[in-house]
Design a protein around this ligand. Structure first.
Ligand SMILES: [Fe+2]
Length: 321
């Protein structure tokens, strides 16, 4: 079996391309605007709208995998409300459309990322999760709420990380939508718990989960805790850069920081609980770009013989700029 994993493609369709400067427009405070621009230009990614061609490159370099997993974040989310924004939804449809055209729907498994559902802008002023965005994950992107696929001695599971980690985003929800979100989370968690519990004792579990913030919430399920010895790997995205993933491991266990806004609180709380990563055997699938300062992006592949019980061998590939 040859598996290709891509994550954080952040594809920009024409309607999102027309929104150059969207991030600074969402930050009214000039000092915060300058800080955000420095972070983008100095480290993260100068122009998030300028990288569509990298997906074409990955597709060309991986012509015939047996299976493809897309691990979330298909659009730029330039309105910060996820797929409920038509421009963002169009980008995500085009991005998944390119993957389906290249590999066929049967070979493609995909999970939603936080940007599909909506995410507060940097420095927190604009946007957030929208329930309509969650609806559109199914109705427009045709992605299941969660999925499982048994191959050889492995059970692959894909989960919607932001829904699983909903308690961490509770303060960002529209108050009127909170009950609907919670009900969806309970329903989806029940399905995931059932899938984990029904895994045969000699089967190994491989989880695809965009944002590692979800992992402590999964570990809160007794069904998951009982099966952690069978966990072979958890493939995350979200962090884009292997250097950021290494930093997060180093900072695992740091105290939660309150009083500096919800983004800082959420990130520090996630790091506080990042010790959990070891039990889940976390491995990052980078974004195609990685961090601009390091140019450390790319994709993952895995190869294994489904007739044997050997662990899956993962390889990270770098996509040169
Ligand atoms: Fe991302």
């Amino acid at each position: 079996m040859r598996l290709l994993v891509v994550s954080d493609l952040h594809w920009a369709g024409p309607a999102e391309q027309a929104r150059a400067g969207y991030e600074s427009r969402a930050i009214p405070n000039p000092l915060q605007r300058a800080l955000a621009a420095a972070w983008r230009r100095g480290f993260w990614l100068s122009d998030p709208l300028a990288h569509n061609h990298r997906l074409d490159r990955i597709l060309a370099l991986n012509p015939d995998p047996d299976l493809v997993v897309a691990n979330g974040d298909y659009s730029v989310d330039s309105a910060f409300v996820g797929l409920s924004d038509d421009a963002c939804c169009d980008s995500a449809e085009r991005c998944l459309g390119a993957l389906r055209a290249a590999y066929g729907s049967d070979r493609l498994l995909a999970v939603p990322g936080d940007h599909e559902l909506g995410k507060l802008s940097l420095f927190g002023g604009v946007g957030g999760p929208r329930f309509e965005s969650w609806r559109r994950v199914g109705s427009r992107l045709s992605l299941p709420d969660w999925w499982q696929r048994d191959i050889g001695h492995h059970r692959f599971l894909g989960v919607p990380s932001s829904l699983v980690a909903l308690p961490a985003f509770e303060s960002e929800l529209l108050p009127g939508e909170a009950p609907a979100w919670r009900a969806e989370r309970a329903r989806v968690l029940q399905g995931i718990a059932g899938a984990v519990a029904s895994t045969g004792p000699d089967r190994r579990i491989v989880l695809f989960c965009h944002d590692p913030t979800a992992l402590p919430h999964l570990a809160a399920l007794p069904e998951v805790r009982a099966r952690l010895p069978q966990w072979e790997a958890t493939i995350i995205g979200h962090l884009h850069s292997p250097a950021i993933a290494r930093l997060a491991r180093t900072l695992a266990g740091m105290p939660e920081i309150r009083g500096l806004g919800s983004t800082v609180r959420r990130y520090s709380a996630a790091l506080n609980r990042a010790r959990m990563w070891e039990a889940f055997r976390v491995r990052l699938c980078p974004s195609p770009t990685g961090a601009e300062a390091l140019k450390d992006g790319g994709w993952l592949t895995a190869e294994w013989d489904p007739d044997r019980r050997d662990p899956i061998a993962w390889t990270r590939h770098r996509l040169p700029w």
